[in-house]
Ligand binder design. Structure first.
Ligand code: IPE
Ligand code: IPE
Ligand code: MG
Length: 241
């Protein structure tokens, strides 16, 4: 038996720029088209009963892009939060953010915080937005927090387990991703969820993110259903479970 459906899907939404270049339009237009794909994919995951959808929306490294592109992305983020608010609430989606949120401009942080607070009790699906997110930075802050507690005598170093680390990551309380999707064909993680992806199934689509939508997602789910997740065990052991 295959694992059928993933509980937690994480997506590296890549290729907005290449999509735009192919059409001779600005990169910002590519990001706008990408937002349409986000809408479609959120809806589809929700209707399939996915529990958590994590979207890599802006990385710590993306701060190094030209200021005009960063500004356009921030403006788009703000308008997405405002325009999607009603539908997300109607669908019972709980919005969370992982990353160095304090680096986001206030005009983004404010509506985002409001949406996270207002959707806190929703139980339909968790939509986890990775914003100003970098996995190494996430691990560094977890290590710092454990070290502080160890020095304060609140944590015994010998009692530090994987669960203790898990609890100090931005993703605390969420299951690890079952399926990682990357669009646009690149075969790398780009500093995304390095700890959490330890046993995740990886699916790379050649499609650019703006073209991915429901159809791309359906193909990814079909591929996932064919995978055999062994977690280090043998096939014979898995068959008996
Ligand atoms: C993904 O598309 C969106 C973000 C990283 C914010 P890109 O902008 O990276 O698109 P490409 O990789 O240049 O095609
Ligand atoms: C990864 O895409 C980050 C997001 C999708 C937000 P990038 O386009 O930034 O990744 P690299 O630079 O090609 O590795
Ligand atoms: Mg890219």
């Amino acid at each position: 038996m295959g694992p059928s459906q993933p509980r937690h899907v994480a997506i590296i939404m890549d290729g907005n720029g290449r999509w735009a270049k192919e059409r001779g339009v600005s990169r910002s237009k590519g990001h706008e088209a990408g937002a349409e794909s986000v809408r479609a994919v959120v809806r589809e995951c929700r209707s399939r009963g996915v529990e958590v959808l994590t979207l890599y929306s802006f990385s710590t490294e993306n701060w190094k892009r030209p200021a005009a592109e960063v500004a356009a992305l921030m403006a788009l983020l703000k308008s997405f939060v405002l325009s999607e608010r009603k539908e997300l609430m109607d669908q019972g989606i709980q919005v969370r953010v992982i990353g160095e949120v304090q680096r986001l401009p206030l005009f983004v942080r404010k509506p985002l915080k409001m949406l996270c607070n207002d959707s806190e009790k929703n139980i339909g699906m968790v939509l986890n937005l990775a914003l100003s997110y970098g996995s190494r930075a996430e691990i560094v802050q977890a290590v710092r927090s454990v070290a502080r507690d160890a020095i304060a005598g609140k944590v015994d170093p010998d009692s530090i387990t994987e669960a203790v680390i898990n609890d100090r990551l931005y993703t605390r309380g969420l299951p690890d991703p079952d399926l990682l999707i990357r669009t646009s064909g690149e075969l790398r993680l780009s500093n995304f969820l390095l700890w959490q992806l330890a046993y995740t199934e990886i699916y790379v689509a050649d499609t650019y993110w703006p073209d991915f939508r429901e159809a791309g997602l359906n193909l990814a789910f079909e591929a996932y259903a064919q995978r055999r997740r062994r977690f280090g065990k043998t096939d014979a052991q898995i068959a008996k479970e």
